[in-house]
Design a protein around this ligand. Structure first.
Ligand code: NIG
Ligand code: FE
Length: 417
């Protein structure tokens, strides 16, 4: 671990002096920044930052010149399914030819297609593929990520997925949080016995996973054709009883009461929210639960975009994440998420950056260690390419704006070489 100073930073974003753990909707556009700044890194953490005239000149092993560049916290991607086997490119072509995501799922494709491939995949190949995906998103500036199970759908295979995530946590420089999503789809065997599958999730999967300490969070896909609000109550109650915190899939295609149920169990986040009823907003006001929007999923499936503006206008915070998975969002690119949030959801560049850093960190329970430029936080930083303003990140879309990535105080990506 070396001591690094980044100098001559054109603009240092997400400077946090009041230790906020989450930024509420109306303040998301006003995150303070410093011009002509420095950041110093010692022992893996942010040691100091400020304007260049106060920059220390000695005590560093290496120096990064960020003239004309922007420095910001590495992206915090709080919702992915990036451990998976095979791909679903055939379903992609089927959708182009007219089938919907729901129609594909109804004929045994979708999540069950991924589950079939997961069943026969070895832990070694799952690990190698996911490690490669983590490298890919690290090149794009991601420094922390949440990964879900949910393609196992049996006790054994859900545990296999979670063990892969545990091994990734140990070996990859990206900070990782893991979520148990046994209630992702009904396996064919339980098609006519949905309550039987919930029994399995509640009585066998959750206790086994909690005992091995394999997950921090509990998730469920609360949606017509998948899991009901009643199932959601059962699964979240069991998860909470075993020390898991809810983070749920709700309101992707229909508003059926998933937000209300999740908030009741003090969910850390409710994710998707492409379809919202008026009364859904009330459950999110003054709460601890952060709505998390997934614009690249809307883009890929051609479904509505989450109502970021409406949520922020009620002073509720918003987080943005990729939803990286083989079916609805085969992309872990947070830069694309930031662009799409600006272009399609009308978030300002600053709001989208806040949603993808400190608020994303909050949605993973990590905002005390990550997501802003604060002394003592983990040194997880992006140094961009040369650009005139932060608006270039979403504006100059489709290319990687990231020049360097520092994680845990180490330079792990350097595109200038
Ligand atoms: O977040 N909606 C449920 N789960 C995933 C999709 C998973 C899949 O299609 O494999 C999502 O979009
Ligand atoms: Fe998802």
């Amino acid at each position: 671990m070396s001591n690094i100073i980044i100098k001559n930073i054109q603009s240092l974003l997400q400077v946090n002096t009041d230790n906020s753990l989450v930024i509420s909707g109306k303040k998301m556009d006003a995150s303070p920044s410093l011009e002509n700044a420095f950041v110093s890194i010692k022992n893996g953490v942010i040691d100091d930052f400020g304007s260049m005239e106060n920059a220390p000149s000695t005590g560093f092993d290496s120096e990064i010149d960020a003239t004309g560049k922007i420095v910001l916290p590495a992206w915090c991607d709080s919702h992915t399914h990036l451990v998976y086997a095979g791909d679903r490119s055939q379903e992609f072509e089927d959708r182009i030819n007219g089938l919907s995501y729901e129609e594909i799922a109804n004929r045994g494709g979708g999540i069950l297609n991924s589950a079939k491939r997961m069943a026969t995949a070895s832990e070694e190949e799952l690990y190698a593929d996911a490690f490669q995906r983590l490298n890919e998103i690290m090149e794009l500036g991601t420094g922390a990520v949440e990964i879900k199970s949910g393609y196992g759908l049996t006790v054994e295979t859900e545990i296999k997925m979670l063990r892969v995530i545990a091994k990734l946590k140990q070996n990859h420089p990206i900070t990782i949080k893991s979520t148990f999503l046994g209630a992702h789809a009904f396996p064919a065997k339980f098609k006519d016995n949905p309550d039987g599958y919930i029994d399995l999730v509640v009585n066998e999967m959750i206790p086994a996973i909690a005992k091995e300490g394999l997950a921090e969070y509990i998730d469920i896909f609360c949606e017509k054709g998948y899991f009901t609000v009643e199932h959601t109550h059962r699964v979240l109650a069991a998860g909470v009883a075993h020390g898991l915190i809810p983070k749920t899939h709700v309101n992707q295609f229909n508003s059926i009461g998933g937000i209300e149920a999740s908030v009741k169990y003090d969910a850390l986040s409710v994710d998707h929210l492409e379809v919202m009823d008026d009364q859904d907003y009330a459950f999110l006001e003054n709460g601890k639960t952060i709505p998390t929007l997934l614009p690249s999923c809307s883009y890929f499936l051609s479904i509505p975009y989450g109502p970021a503006k409406e949520i922020m206008a009620k002073d509720i915070p918003v987080a943005l994440a990729t939803d990286f998975n083989p079916g609805s969002t085969p992309s872990g690119n947070m830069n694309f998420v930031v662009s799409t949030a600006c272009i399609k959801m009308k978030m300002t560049p600053q709001e989208a950056i806040t949603a993808s850093t400190i608020n994303g960190a909050y949605a993973m329970g990590l905002s005390n260690q990550l997501g802003s430029i604060s002394k003592g936080k983990k040194a997880n930083l992006i140094v961009t390419n040369k650009m005139n303003s932060k608006a270039f990140i979403p504006y100059y879309f489709g290319v990687n704006p990231v020049n360097k990535v520092i994680l845990n105080g180490n330079l792990v990506v350097d595109h200038s070489k």
